[in-house]
Design a protein around this ligand. Structure first.
Ligand SMILES: Nc1nc2c(ncn2[C@@H]2O[C@H](COP(=O)(O)OP(=O)(O)OP(=O)(O)O)[C@@H](O)[C@H]2O)c(=O)[nH]1
Length: 343
């Protein structure tokens, strides 16, 4: 499992050794020197993720190299825990990490390219000057200097990898802490169903016919998964989560219950206001132009259906949820992209 494979979990000396085995292999197979590829080939030569090696070997058999689209997938699948790709609160730290790796990668790559060039020139020169000892001594010195500089660049890169390992470990431990919080939905970083229930049960006793519940459900999520792929569907759930969160009024609480379904609790909000708010949310979603960031594919119109209910009399929290669910189903049955509530 990708999430259990710590990336670059070696000390600097070991990292250095692995890098030095990975680089010639990449050169031999004509693999472009991108951060993805360095990560993959580093992992490949370490032999500690057999599944990654299998996939890479398969791609090599099929394509004779590792095409960019495969390396990106392999990197995401095996080296990047799913949460790192999407947990938006950590976007900044992760962006910083990858930018740093990218800069270091391009400097080590140019050093190695220069060294390769020196080797090529030396080979040609050797043909012409094979009897000229002065020239041979000069060529030997050039090679030595080139090797020294390339070696230095690789050492520096290995140190960067070791530092990256530490930073990733810190991010990973933050994520694990978040996972331990049993009321958190790790996919969207909203509350989960348990968090919702606790909030509902704590708000209901003090409510005076003014605690409203909106059950918001993404329409046709199954078809979206089918047409664009599960990853797009999951990304869409995160997108809608963020959109809802950004549009919440004060005195509100939001949770993801399951799949593409969210619950919003509005305190001190009577039914008419809650229904107006639901209509605003529905409209907001329906006018979004949503593009999947990895492939830039523009999704067809995305809509939500919303069931609205406001706590009445001595109704229990469970009954309130049942009523909201009933209205949500009604909104779905009457065409979706719709809101429903009692009169
Ligand atoms: N991508 C993705 N899909 C999910 C996730 N959880 C549930 N689903 C999918 O969401 C779909 C929910 O199915 P339904 O409740 O029948 O609803 P729907 O296809 O959205 O259709 P309507 O709700 O009637 O509009 C199923 O196809 C699930 O596989 C998730 O975390 N990620």
């Amino acid at each position: 499992m990708a999430a259990e494979v710590p990336m670059f979990q070696y000390n600097t000396e070991q990292a250095n050794k692995l890098m030095k085995s990975a680089i010639p292999l990449m050169a031999k197979l004509d693999i472009p020197p991108t951060p993805y590829n360095y990560g993959i080939w580093y992992e490949y030569v370490s032999n500690r993720t057999p599944k990654l090696n299998q996939v890479v070997d398969q791609a090599l058999r099929r394509f004779g190299s590792l095409p960019a689209f495969v390396s990106k997938e392999v990197f995401n699948e095996f080296l990047l825990p799913e949460e790192f790709q999407h947990a938006h609160q950590r976007d900044e730290s992760f962006k910083h990490l990858t930018q740093h790796l990218e800069t270091e990668t391009s400097s080590v790559s140019s050093e190695i390219a220069q060294f390769n060039n020196t080797i090529l020139l030396t080979k040609k020169a050797l043909k012409h000057y094979s009897n000229d000892t002065d020239q041979l001594a000069r060529l030997a010195m050039l090679l030595e200097q080139g090797a020294f500089k390339a070696n230095q660049a690789i050492d520096g890169y290995s140190r960067t990898l070791a530092n990256t390992q530490e930073e990733l470990a810190a991010l990973r431990s933050e994520l694990l802490d978040a996972k331990k919080n049993t009321e958190l939905d790790v996919m969207t970083l909203l509350a989960n169903e348990k968090g919702f229930e606790r909030s509902l049960f704590s708000l209901a006793p003090a409510a005076e016919d003014d605690l409203s519940l909106l059950l918001v459900d993404i329409d046709h999520l199954g078809a979206i998964n089918q047409d664009y792929g599960i990853k797009v569907g999951t990304s869409l759930i995160r997108y809608i989560a963020k959109l809802l969160l950004n549009n919440l009024p004060e005195n509100s609480f939001i949770a993801r219950l399951n799949g593409g379904q969210f619950a919003i609790l509005l305190s001190e909000t009577e039914l008419s206001i809650a229904a107006q708010f639901a209509e605003t949310l529905r409209h907001q979603v329906s006018i979004q132009k949503i593009r999947y960031k990895n492939t830039k594919v523009l999704l067809r119109q995305v809509t939500v259906s919303i069931g609205v209910a406001t706590l009445v009399g001595d109704e229990s929290p469970k009954e309130l949820v049942e009523r909201a669910r009933h209205y949500l189903l009604y909104a779905k049955r009457t065409g979706k992209n719709n809101i429903a509530h009692h009169e």
